[in-house]
Design a protein around this ligand. Structure first.
Ligand code: PEP
Ligand code: MG
Length: 564
């Protein structure tokens, strides 16, 4: 149940500002992520006269408690979360770790330290076996942390398990934390760290949860304090009024629908497409009614590979992504290896500054055969799929590079070839670019990072690294206008497309399609339908002339008609 303040009795607690990364509003009580479990001191020994057998028994009892808790949670969790919890419960039931830790207690080591050291030995052993066993080393660390938390009488690490809905407040979320996050009880995500493209942000958008990152001071909110999270404005308002709560709940109960044709109120077409990373994501996107795929991040299929995948393996993956979109468009991006997505067979892990290094299309200079193999695989998958396959290269910097890529794609029989515009230099020369390509797709995540000279992975720079920045929007405008002049479609496939208000601005700037996480499509479609093309243009002008991202966002939100 949500308790809220009323009128003048409300406490005047300041609104906290961060960066909104997943739109929507939610109200609920704060639940804070427990602090991560710290390594117990290396010199931690049993106290003089301690009962060694009893201390040893505490370890077995703690492990049993962890196993039982994980098994219980596995029965209530869904899908991948349940599988993660079951695997961890199995690890907790394995006596190897407990026996090794108990031996150390017999030698006088304190129980928590003994578990820590024993876990390190078990991890090293698993890692030496390689393959599947090496991957289990991560589960050992998770079980270790849980046992140590029980021994110390502290809450279990990871996302708290609650029956009542809550707003999760954390420093940042790791992939392992988020696998067990249940969107039916977690209303919103708020983090002190992280940036617009951090794992938390990507997960929030995939789950359709409102989220604010890089919000200093949120960790000072008390557990149970009721807050209003506005993922579009990037604010966290403690103790919201009863009216606000009622409004938010009415909106939350609304079902968003998409009739399969993205357009404004006066019928101006903007295709609404999905971003996918693998066959499972493609199936989900087709189910959500996406008009096609605007970005297939092929590197996501091969992130764990030490060696280049064979052409046959690639064909298999690509076919499975194309299949659900027979008769529709799928834009396949060639491997965007490097920076935040290293692929060992393509990228150099020793580069000092990988975001400015040999990433994306640039890897073709050293490894041109990898690009040729991939184009061959895409072409083979395309022939039997009945899907309209477009192909594009990431991290292209000049119109000349774009022309070279297009020529190569054509040589493999891929007729519709284009590039991503994510380097400011390419946006600035968009008129020259358009004569070389069949289409362009704006990668606003990287375009913003390179325009603002702000690392997209750094939470401290999140306010700069915001696609609402007028400077980045001007480059979007320049590119879209060049596309209109040349009669070439120009889409957006960065995370910006999933923000309903920004989607309206992007349509006003002239982009012809928006590609986003499938979950965002219905809300973006509804927002677009609430405005005419002329209103999109007017709102885009407001954003372009704002002094910074925060002002641009606020100006547009103030003018957008409410969707309730
Ligand atoms: C982008 O940069 O906006 C983009 C879509 O590519 P990625 O996020 O995969 O770098
Ligand atoms: Mg990119």
């Amino acid at each position: 149940m949500i308790v809220c303040g009323t009128g003048s009795r409300r406490n005047a607690v300041a609104v906290i500002s961060g960066v909104g990364v997943s739109s929507g509003r939610a109200v609920g009580p704060v639940v804070r992520m427990p602090d991560p479990v710290a390594e117990p001191a290396a010199e931690a020994r049993l106290a003089d006269g301690a009962d060694v057998a009893a201390e040893s028994a505490r370890i077995a009892a703690a492990a049993e408690q962890v196993r039982a808790d994980l098994e219980h949670r596995a029965t209530t969790a869904h899908g991948e979360g349940s599988a993660v919890l079951e695997a961890t419960a199995l690890m907790a039931a394995d006596p190897t770790l407990v026996t090794a830790a108990q031996k150390k207690v017999d030698d006088g080591t304190a129980p928590a330290r003994a578990v820590w050291e024993a876990a390190a030995e078990v991890q090293a052993m698993l890692e030496s076996l390689g393959g599947y066993m090496a991957e289990r080393a991560r589960d050992v660390a998770d079980v270790r942390d849980r046992i140590v938390a029980v021994l110390d009488g502290r809450p279990a690490p990871g996302v708290p398990d609650r029956d009542e809905p809550f707003v999760l407040v954390a420093h940042d979320l790791a992939p392992a934390d988020t696998a067990t996050l249940d969107p039916s009880t977690c209303l919103a995500l708020v983090t002190e760290g992280g940036g617009p493209t951090s794992h938390t942000a990507i997960l929030a958008r995939a789950l359709g949860l409102p989220a604010v990152v890089a919000a200093p001071g949120v960790l000072d909110l008390a557990d149970g304090a009721v807050v209003l999270v506005d993922g579009a404005l990037g604010t966290i308002e403690p103790n919201p009024s009863a009216d606000t709560v009622a409004q938010v709940q009415a909106l939350a109960n609304r079902e968003w629908t998409f009739d399969g044709t993205g357009r404004t109120a006066d019928g101006h077409r903007v295709q609404l497409l999905a971003n996918v990373g693998d066959p499972k994501g493609a199936a989900a996107a087709a189910e959500a009614g996406a008009e096609g795929v605007g970005l297939f991040r092929t590197e996501f299929c091969f992130l764990d590979r030490a060696e280049e995948p064979t052409v046959d393996e690639q064909v298999e993956q690509y076919r499975a992504v194309l299949e659900p979109f027979a008769g529709k468009k799928v834009v396949v991006r060639t491997l965007d290896a490097g920076a935040d997505k290293p692929l060992p067979f393509l990228t150099d892990a020793t580069e000092a500054n990988p975001a400015l290094g040999v990433r994306g299309y640039r890897t073709a200079v050293r490894h041109s055969e990898v690009l040729d193999h991939q184009l061959e695989a895409i072409a083979r998958a395309a022939t039997t799929s009945g899907t309209e396959v477009w192909v594009m290269a990431p991290m292209v910097s000049t119109a000349g590079e774009a022309a070279d890529f297009v020529e190569r794609a054509h040589a493999h029989g891929l007729a519709t070839a284009g590039v991503m515009v994510e380097v400011p230099a390419l946006a600035l020369t968009a008129d020259a670019l358009m004569s070389a390509v069949a289409f362009a797709s704006l990668g606003t995540n990287d375009l913003t990072q390179y325009t603002m000279a702000a690392d997209r992975l750094l939470g401290d720079l999140a306010a700069l690294n915001d696609a609402w920045q007028p400077a980045a929007l001007r480059l979007v405008h320049l590119t879209a206008e060049a596309g209109v002049q040349a009669g070439r479609p120009v889409g957006v496939c960065g995370e910006a497309a999933a923000d309903p208000a920004l989607a309206v601005v992007l349509a006003g700037l002239g982009v012809t399609s928006l590609s986003m996480t499938a979950r965002a499509i219905a809300e973006v479609a509804t927002t677009l339908l609430s405005v005419t093309r002329d209103e999109c243009v007017r709102l885009a002008e407001l954003a372009l002339s704002a002094p910074d991202a925060r002002a641009a966002r606020a100006a547009v939100h103030a003018q957008l008609p409410p969707l309730t």
